[in-house]
Design a protein around this ligand. Structure first.
Ligand code: LLP
Length: 406
């Protein structure tokens, strides 16, 4: 199984499909999934791939073929999973801040549902009583995650029902007969510290006796992957062992068998993704050498939005002398991918590749400046398959009403 795509293949794909171009290595996704699932030897969790990281239905099918369910954060992601042929019982919908009508649509589709507000829980209970058990997303008031923008479990976060308001959940259950089958937390993205998950699960254990119909605890996603060369990701084997120990003790003390669910996104797809761009021009100014690539935050927004680091390599001149550059995009905004970055000498026309671009890369892209979104290529067993074509002008105008109407 080829876990990495080499520069020669990226170069070939760039000449076949043009640039900019997203390339995904399905074998890397498989290896990540296997490492995760094999780390658990005593108690096998259920993994629902967080499709918001990368929603292409070909990727969803690949994940499902590995044994993963699909986690969705909007009704359209649910529709996308159904479109990909995933059965409803393998789809999880974790709602956030949405109208009850959307939750009803998810219920009509028959998928698992996590509800994240008292207001919607009450409305759902009044509509369904005990006929449609759901999970509740709780806010554990734990600060965790790579940066504040991607921290979701702290005591000022909009996500989930604050743990301090658990009595209101119990009141809805008593009033409507609603059955709670799952307790869910997701404290953030890029959580390296295993103890955050343990702390979360212990909190859920303390609540479990209030929930007689509890079937699963859902610990969300958020495993850290290394973006920089000297970074460590979450120690998955340690995580599995610590959780298995915690669950074994809980089961011994209570006699209850509660399943573990996870919703990993980044961990499964980040390292599988390569974003291949081409250098439009070099602008040597008195202070800075700008390298302008044929992309911008319209295609990869993470560096600008979260100050995220993506390793960049000049695959056209790997032996070139190392020099510092500012790598910028070509859109009409300040769209700096990297400042003061050492790259092998860059020439106009060279291919620059951004690594770890599989998660929240294409998925957060847009048509800003009326530019097209790139194609996506999935490579499996060395075989490339185009899973999304490059957009063209018809894509930009598809939803526009005829202009002679105005
Ligand atoms: N479950 C829930 C309820 C979530 O909100 C998320 C991510 C996940 C699972 C998956 O988390 P992951 O395993 O991918 O960390 N766009 C940001 C990350 C935002 C994550 C939003 N929620 C980024 O590019 O860093």
């Amino acid at each position: 199984m080829q876990q990495h795509i080499d520069s020669a293949l990226l170069q070939r794909l760039a000449s076949t499909y043009g640039t900019p171009l997203y390339v995904y290595n399905a074998d890397h996704m498989t290896a990540q999934y296997e490492r995760l699932s094999q780390a658990f030897t005593q108690k096998k969790p259920r993994f629902f791939y967080a499709s918001k990281a990368l929603t292409n239905p070909h990727v969803l099918r690949h994940m499902h073929s590995l044994g993963a369910g699909i986690d969705c954060s909007s009704i359209n992601e649910v529709l996308m999973a159904l479109y990909a042929g995933i059965p409803a019982q393998d789809i999880l919908y974790t709602s956030n801040g949405i109208h009850i009508e959307e939750i009803v649509s998810a219920a009509n589709a028959g998928v698992h549902i996590n509800i994240d507000s008292i207001s919607n829980l009450r409305k759902f209970g009044e509509l369904y009583g005990d006929s449609y058990p759901v999970g509740v997303r709780l806010r554990p008031n734990i600060m965790a995650g790579g940066n504040l923008k991607i921290s979701t479990g702290h005591d000022k976060s909009k996500f989930g029902i604050p743990i301090d308001q658990i009595d209101q959940v119990l009141a809805v259950m008593a009033h409507t007969g609603l059955r709670i089958k799952g307790l869910h937390i997701h404290t953030g993205s890029e959580i390296k510290d295993v103890s955050v998950f343990i702390q979360g699960v212990q909190l859920l254990f303390t609540l479990s006796e209030k929930f007689p119909h509890l079937e699963f605890v859902d610990l969300g996603g958020g495993f850290k992957v290394p973006y920089m060369a000297d970074e460590q990701g979450t120690d998955i084997e340690n995580l599995a062992k610590s959780l298995e120990d915690a669950f074994a003790l809980f089961e011994k003390n209570t006699g209850r068998d509660v399943a573990i669910w996870f919703e990993p996104g980044k961990y499964l797809v980040s390292g599988a993704g390569y974003f291949v761009t081409q250098v439009n021009l070099i602008k040597q100014t008195p202070t800075v050498a700008f390298v302008s690539v044929n992309s911008g935050f319209n295609h990869l927004i993470r560096p600008m939005f979260y100050d995220s680091y993506h390793y960049i390599k000049n695959i056209s001149n790997p032996q070139g002398e190392l020099k510092p550059y500012a790598v910028v995009g070509n859109i009409c905004e300040t769209d700096t991918f990297a400042w003061d970055r050492e790259l092998n000498e860059v020439r106009e026309g060279d291919l620059l590749v951004f690594y770890n671009a599989g998660a929240y890369g294409f998925e957060m892209s847009s048509n800003f400046n009326s530019r097209y979104r790139p194609p996506e290529i999935m490579v499996r067993n060395g075989e490339p398959l185009m899973i999304r074509r490059r957009e063209d002008f018809t894509d930009l105008t598809r939803a526009i009403m005829p202009i002679d109407n105005t």
